[in-house]
Ligand binder design. Structure first.
Ligand code: ADP
Ligand code: MG
Length: 278
């Protein structure tokens, strides 16, 4: 048990730290580069001068109290905030080296490369098969056998295949909450994105369903770069390689998860992870 965590009185968090997490330095190959990003909802600034890089094939978590801007920051990475009236963004985000706010960027193409899973699972009121096949169909895949291959691969990757292979034609809405969320993950990865954004994906799930999704994230990072928002510090400690702590729209501290939890550099981070506020 790291001495610093004990000193910080944070025994539980230290015990939760994911042993499979990378201890590598932050100089890994970046997939998403956020540079001096500020975001305004009308006159209100929700993000202030955020700069950080999301390393490729790692799990990066944003933590922080409710309302600190985690969802807003996540939604900047696939330009979901474009859909909100009165949003103004300053600064830049590059995904795979491309400035995603450049005029030449096709937002549909961007959202294919940067998939998203939401807080509340939102399968379409269609069959399990049609949910998983949704993205590929939009991209023009028509052949039944191609679609079947993609659906099976995606459901397997989302650890759902064994549970649903005999009822692919049934409504997705008949699945349990945890299965629905894994179906949403399957739907997101069916188009082979580079990045998977997950906004509190387990917040409405029971502990067993949560554990399955957490385990899945550790598998998926071999193929995808994962960015997760969570207000659950134990979850961040368990699944993420890197963690950013946000407060009032600022990224207060970003670093290797183990270091952030055991040896925070900023007193605000320390106060938060030791439960002094938030
Ligand atoms: N569509 C919106 N319009 C105006 N303000 C918003 C909108 N979405 C979020 N906000 C505000 O931006 C701030 C950050 O919100 P959010 O990113 O949802 O935080 P978090 O995900 O950390 O709880 C909050 O003050 C919230 O009220
Ligand atoms: Mg949120």
């Amino acid at each position: 048990m790291p001495q610093e965590a004990l000193m910080a009185g944070n025994v539980e968090l230290a015990a939760n730290l994911n042993p499979r997490a990378e201890a590598a330095s932050i100089l890994e190959s970046p997939m998403v580069e956020i540079d001096r990003l500020s975001l305004y909802y009308g006159p209100t600034r929700a993000l202030t001068d955020v700069s950080m890089s999301v390393p490729k094939h790692r799990v990066t978590a944003y933590i922080g109290p409710s309302g600190c801007g985690k969802t807003t920051l996540l939604r900047c990475i696939n330009r979901m905030n474009d859909l909100v009236d009165g949003v103004r963004i300053v600064g830049s985000i590059r995904v795979g080296g491309t400035d995603i706010y450049d005029r030449s960027v096709d937002v549909t193409e961007l959202r294919k490369r940067v998939g998203m899973v939401f807080q509340k699972s939102n399968p379409f009121p269609k069959s399990i098969f049609d949910n998983a096949a949704y993205g590929p169909r939009i991209l023009g895949v028509k052949s039944r056998s191609d679609l079947e291959g993609i659906v099976e691969r995606s459901l397997r990757a989302a650890a759902l295949w064994d549970e649903v292979q005999d009822r692919l034609g049934e409504s997705a809405l008949g699945l349990s909450g945890g299965q629905q969320q894994r179906l949403c993950i399957a739907r997101a990865i069916a188009v082979e994105p580079d990045v998977l954004l997950m906004d509190e994906p387990c917040s409405s799930l029971d502990p067993i369903a949560t554990a399955r999704i957490e385990e899945l994230m550790l598998e998926l990072k071999n193929s995808y770069t994962i960015v997760i928002v969570t207000h659950n510090m134990q979850q961040a400690a368990r699944v993420s390689d890197y963690t950013g702590f946000m407060l009032l729209g600022e990224l207060v501290e970003f670093g290797v998860t183990r270091e952030l939890f055991t040896n925070p550099r900023d007193t605000r981070t320390e106060d938060y992870i030791t439960g002094r506020f938030g």
